[in-house]
Design a binder for this molecule. Structure first.
Ligand code: GLU
Length: 471
């Protein structure tokens, strides 16, 4: 049997982490089994579905590399098929028209509540033949009245539902449009879906869907309902927990593979391994390793993983990806070191691409002032001569390489008999405007020969003025 999974988002909101985790697990399982992964846009709710949300789904999946096989399906284009099954079921007696008015249904509800019963449709139109004047009927599925429906869920285990607890659910609204549970059943059947992997908020829909699949004469797919993702405070992950729209993570400079790595660990594990390449995820992922319990969203861990993936990625690629972030930070990527060099220099110390761009500001743009605390501590009269020597020798370097820079600084430190750090820190403060940067040879190399000379000149003048003032 060829495995076929699907991701079936409703374009009624943004693409958030929970949906992406569902997409990821479905995609991974299909790839792991060399099967197929399809995308189905569940846009039957015309009022709440928007093109913008559809675009965001395509865009997000594309960015993450969760590519679907074949063209995406749109439920809005499949209404003929849903009508066809509705008609067939009406003819076969598997469905019936319901003429109950709102008032009638309300009264039924109130009576049930009064008697302390669970509210549900009582099937009163099952045998009602005559249309009611002025009522556009809905169509209901004739759910079995007794017996049980057993969901053999691959994550949750065996979950048993009693048919008497299930309603005769509406499959077609009075305007003729198909409802969610009905269209999903027909689609999963028509599209040959073998494994339904989705959030466990759908577990209660599964017995209804199984009954309808049986009515279709279909072999039911395997179900795997994923445990919830919780916010750090233990409640269901929601907008309140901050940035949950996938676009926000891209804007903040997360790498797609870091997002996938983070999300795969929300509900799935492989020993105590934390960092996975996408290839490893595909190789190792299996439904049987999905945890039953909910997992909590942890932004610090996501940051940490992002940095791991920044470190692991080729500098050339990180450099390429860095360009838009430099621009957004107001910097001109052409007026400074190649971004690829910045990636090399900063990857150990930047958790996101945006952070990297911000940290590299002094490589592309002059600063107004040096941090006063750093001036006081590091730009002192004793360093005036060694710094001037460094300035002259760096300015005279013919080949601006890290090795030559490192040698130059070491030679000056040796000739003045000071240790390297005592010289490195003043250079750092002079060329970056502050006390923190990558190793000094790398920093100097990135800032570039011309800017280094100019900035050392400024620092030297400052120190000279301090000397003059104290005399
Ligand atoms: N369209 C449904 C949703 O976005 C998912 C349906 C399913 O996976 O069966 O929640």
């Amino acid at each position: 049997m060829k495995v076929k999974t699907r991701f079936a988002p409703s374009p009624t909101g943004s693409l958030h982490l929970g949906s992406i985790r569902t997409a990821l697990f479905s995609w991974l399982y299909a790839r792991h089994c060399s099967g197929e992964f399809i995308l189905r846009i569940e846009d039957t709710d015309r009022a709440r579905s928007t093109q913008e949300n559809v675009d965001a789904i395509f865009d997000g999946l594309d960015w993450l590399g969760l590519t679907a096989d074949g063209e995406p399906y749109f439920q809005s284009e499949r209404s003929e098929r849903y009508n066809e099954v509705t008609e067939q079921w009406l003819n076969d007696g598997k469905a019936y028209r319901c003429y109950c008015t709102k008032e009638e249904l309300n009264e039924l509800r109130e009576n049930q509540l009064e008697r302390g019963e669970k509210t549900r449709y009582d099937g009163r139109c099952r045998d009602r033949q005559a249309p009611q004047a002025g009522v556009e009927p809905v169509v209901r599925f004739r759910n079995p009245v007794d017996g049980e429906v057993v969901v053999e869920d691959r994550v949750r285990g065996r979950v048993v539902f009693r048919n008497e607890e299930l309603d005769d659910l509406i499959i077609a609204r009075s305007d003729g449009t198909a409802t969610y549970n009905f269209s999903v059943v027909i689609d999963d059947f028509d599209m040959g879906v073998t494994h339904v992997i989705r959030g466990d908020d759908h577990l209660n829909n599964t017995p209804k869907q199984l009954n309808m699949l049986e009515a279709l004469g279909a072999e039911p797919p395997v179900y795997a309902h994923l445990p919830m993702i919780l916010g750090a405070d233990g409640s269901k992950l929601s907008k309140r927990h901050g940035a949950i729209d996938i676009r926000q993570y891209r804007e903040q400079g997360y790498l797609p593979e870091a997002m996938l790595n983070y999300l795969v660990r929300l509900g799935w594990s492989h020993g105590d391994q934390e960092v996975f390449t996408v290839e490893e995820m595909i190789e190792l992922f299996d439904i049987s390793d999905i945890n039953q319990s909910a997992s909590a969203f942890n932004p610090e861990k996501l940051l940490w993983l992002n940095q791991q993936h920044i470190i692991a990625a080729p500098a050339e690629r990180i450099g390429r990806e860095l360009v838009p972030y430099l621009k957004r930070t107001g910097l001109d990527p052409d007026d400074g070191p190649p971004p690829e060099h910045v990636a090399e220099g900063f990857r150990e110390r930047a958790e996101t691409l945006l952070h990297m761009a911000q940290s590299a500001r002094y490589c592309y743009e002059d600063f107004e002032v040096i941090e006063p605390k750093a001036v006081k501590k590091n730009l002192r009269p004793v360093i005036l001569e060694p710094l001037s020597e460094v300035r002259d020798r760096l300015a005279a370097l013919e080949e601006w390489s890290r090795e030559n820079i490192a040698e130059t600084i070491a030679a000056v430190a040796a000739s003045f008999e000071i240790n390297l750090g005592k010289l490195g820190q003043p250079i750092r403060v002079a060329v970056t405007g502050g006390p923190v940067s990558p190793p000094i040879d790398v920093t100097v190399w990135l800032v570039g020969q011309k800017r280094v000379r100019e900035r050392l000149d400024v620092a030297i003048r400052m120190i000279a003025a301090r000397v003059a003032a104290s005399n």
